[in-house]
Write a protein that binds this ligand. Structure first.
Ligand SMILES: [Zn+2]
Length: 315
């Protein structure tokens, strides 16, 4: 689960810089309003301070074990800051013990105009799970293995065919007839009709006829087979025998040419494995042109690598 993964990273394993990560988290959260601050009399312990102009919030980031001593020192830095401070937030990935809480209470009592908070890495992890994959990866400075590298195996959910080119044209014809006939009649009606009444009658008749035509040919319409796309791929030489292509760059449906004049339409899907998601992972092309799996319930965050052995040389 990503919350636990982020939490483990933030807790600090070897080579993972908590201060850097928190600074990027605050940049994502507050944008240009957040500025890093160099505290007066730096402690030299790798702690980092920052300030948000919009909210007047002062942040002290630390993974120092001596929490209470660090809170005191950082609050002193905060007090020496030039800009008005309404909130002091101490961000840590260390445990907060009772004596640390005593220090916090003391600061609150002595500084009634300033809200004093502690923000722990586990709370940041929870908040980060609501962010986009791009933001999380920017903050952590590394890809999320459970999202990007997770492999799903897309199984065939729907298969139409094999069918011949002629069958594809025949089955697609009704769809094309509707589009062409509607456009023609619409054009004529706009050109020849003189009054609004005539035009309204025309539209009503077109709508009625189209509906009637679709109803009469409903069984054939269900067999629609994208013959114009197949013809386009054949003419442009993008669909040789054994090739499989995506119907469009935004579609997850593919056309496979299994013999000279024989084709199969495929729709593949896998169950989304993200907790609580009942979506289907469908094949898509990423911005960089590679194939990825996107969940139909969350196309931005639920991303998967797809096993490419099933599509071979798909374009
Ligand atoms: Zn999903």
């Amino acid at each position: 689960m990503e919350k636990d993964f982020i939490s483990i990273l933030l807790a600090g394993h070897e080579g993972f810089n908590f201060q850097d990560v928190c600074e990027r988290y605050l940049i994502v959260k507050h944008g240009k309003d957040f500025v890093p601050v160099t505290p007066n009399g730096s402690e030299g312990d790798g702690g980092r301070d920052g300030y948000c102009f919009r909210t007047g919030e002062y942040f002290a980031i630390s993974s120092n074990e001596k929490v209470s001593a660090k809170i005191k020192a950082d609050f002193a830095s905060c007090m020496s800051y030039d800009h008005p401070v309404s909130t002091f937030t101490f961000i840590t990935n260390r445990g907060v013990r009772p004596k640390d809480c005593d220090v916090l209470d003391e600061l609150r009592r002595n500084n009634p105009g300033i809200a004093v908070h502690v923000l722990r890495h586990s709370e940041i992890a929870v908040e980060m799970t609501g962010m986009s994959t791009e933001q999380i990866e920017y903050i952590l400075g590394q890809p999320l293995p459970f999202q990007r590298n997770k492999m799903v195996y897309l199984k065939i959910r729907k298969k139409i065919g094999p069918f011949t080119l002629l069958e594809s044209i025949k089955d697609s014809m009704h769809g094309y007839i509707i589009v062409v006939a509607s456009c023609l009649i619409l054009g004529f009606s706009l050109f020849y009709s003189t009054t609004d009444l005539v035009r309204t009658i025309f539209f009503t008749v077109i709508f009625g006829l189209t509906f009637l035509y679709m109803y009469c040919n409903r069984e054939s319409l269900k067999k629609y087979k994208f013959s114009h796309k197949i013809l386009y791929y054949l003419i442009t030489g993008k669909l040789h025998v054994g090739d499989e292509v995506l119907l469009t760059s935004t579609s997850h449906i593919t056309i496979y040419r299994n013999a000279m004049w024989s084709f199969i339409i495929h729709e593949r899907a896998a169950e989304c494995t993200r907790p609580g998601c009942k979506g289907h992972v469908l094949l898509h092309k990423s911005e960089t042109g590679t194939f990825i799996g996107r969940c139909n319930k969350d196309r931005v965050n639920h991303l998967y690598n797809v096993d490419n052995n099933f599509y071979g040389e798909m374009k």
